[in-house]
Design a protein around this ligand. Structure first.
Ligand code: SAH
Ligand code: SF4
Length: 400
């Protein structure tokens, strides 16, 4: 197991350092209703009661945030004891939590095997968005993405994905009182974006199951419209995402020619721009209120010309779309620079004139390396020399 690593910056709050306790109990978190039913029956729950028991346990776990079977007071004592012997309610262990000057929170959590992933919570005026990871690292190697430089990769389980939401709710103190599930828009955690580490469509089943749990009306109860899955363009899985998850879709587009996209988002060599766009035209849930978000990272001198902006507009014609311009977030050793503000403005203006909203995503949590594309697990970072780590810390604290 990993030995504890020294905090990188002083504002790192060390919450827990023990390795995750791995037991042979079955974790109820992350099971679909059908899977939970099977598990309860196998543990001795009479079949005719199973559906009701699932409903009860589900509410305790996902509506009330209970982690101890002893607290499930509408279940008989013996039954609670049986549950406690056979099952557990386990979420990823929070290793550190950092809070940015702008209120963004970044959690480093440890999952089975000692792997670590990051979760970012971004509070905004009208919403609170949790940026959830789907994999430890990423098998893809987009050249502008810090996560893509991390070698260590494994898929997260559904439990580890939905567990990220539960961990954030713990920290935000947001487990509503029974019968008083606040409306989505007034919740601290009102939106989810699958934009953390990993390519969600390369971990389809676990992502789907976790999002289904998050959407379940008797639990976390988030509307599918408040969940956005971002993909680099895994074309064969896009239609399935529409059919089986039904959430909003964001595409890491980032370039307007195959030549440039091949270098930025190498999956383009497998499924090029034309193939990707035709899959998007077929996305079953398309309608004006459910537009696809095209994410476009602004890289100085690489993809940010007026010609690029015009080409982008031509390419996506006919697809109900929003374009989200993301100023490049730098990371140590990154091979690109962020486009200038004037260039981003000029680019945005062309898009705006073509009839698209063209919001520029304000980088959040940069001082704690929590912005898009900056995530990389600390186990990986710990492999760097002390000097590199200090330089990194100096870089972040030096920001105004
Ligand atoms: N793997 C998925 C989701 C995670 S990345 C995907 O690629 O879509 C979330 C978004 O951040 C993607 O659009 C990604 O391309 C972008 N991104 C990655 N690195 C970035 C960086 N350094 N600066 C700005 N955006 C970045
Ligand atoms: Fe993976 Fe997305 Fe980063 Fe590309 S941008 S390396 S797909 S996490």
């Amino acid at each position: 197991m990993n030995s504890p690593t020294a905090p990188v910056t002083q504002d790192v709050l060390t919450i827990a350092r023990d390795d995750a306790q791995e037991t042979d109990k079955v974790n109820l978190v992350g099971l679909t209703r059908a899977q939970m039913r099977d598990a309860l029956i196998e543990a001795g729950t009479p079949e005719r009661q199973a559906k009701m028991r699932v409903g009860q346990v589900w509410q305790w776990i996902y509506q009330k945030g209970v982690r101890d079977f002893g607290e499930m007071t509408n279940l008989a004592k013996d039954y609670r004891a049986m549950l406690g012997e056979t099952f557990e309610i386990r979420v990823p262990e929070v290793v550190t939590k950092q809070v940015s000057d702008d209120g963004t929170r970044k959690y480093l959590v440890r999952v089975a095997g000692g792997h670590e992933v990051e979760i970012v919570y971004i509070p905004e005026e009208d919403r609170g968005t949790l940026c959830v990871s789907s994999q430890v690292g990423c098998t893809l190697t987009c050249s502008f993405c810090h996560t893509g430089t991390q070698k260590l990769v494994r898929n997260l389980t559904a439990a580890e994905i939905v567990g990220q939401i539960m961990v954030a709710r713990d920290d935000l103190g947001e487990w509503p009182k029974p019968g008083r599930n606040p409306k989505d828009e007034t919740r601290l955690l009102s939106n989810i974006v699958l934009m953390g580490m990993g390519e969600p469509l390369y971990n389809f089943d676990a992502v789907r199951d976790a999002m289904k749990i998050a959407m379940d009306g008797e639990g976390i109860s988030l509307s599918r419209r408040r969940i956005t899955l971002s993909t680099s363009g895994v074309v064969p899985e896009i239609a399935r995402a529409g059919e089986e998850i039904g959430c909003m879709l964001a595409i890491s587009f980032h370039a307007t020619t195959d030549e440039v996209r091949d270098t930025l988002v190498p999956i383009n060599k497998k499924w090029n721009i034309e193939t990707l766009l035709s899959a998007l035209k077929d996305y079953p849930k398309l309608s004006n209120s459910e537009r696809i978000t095209f994410e476009y990272v602004m890289l100085d001198g690489v993809n940010d010309s007026d010609e690029d902006a015009r080409r982008l507009v031509r390419l996506i014609a006919g697809i109900p779309a929003k374009i989200n311009l993301i100023p490049f977030n730098e990371w140590p050793g990154a091979p690109y620079k962020r486009s200038s503000d004037a260039r981003i403005k000029a680019f945005a203006n062309i898009i705006y004139k073509a009839g698209y909203a063209s919001p520029v995503r304000t980088p959040r949590g940069e001082d704690i390396m929590a912005a898009c594309g900056q995530l990389k697990s600390a186990t990986e970072r710990a492999r760097k020399s002390r000097r590199e780590i200090e330089a990194e810390a100096g870089l972040s604290s030096g920001r105004s």
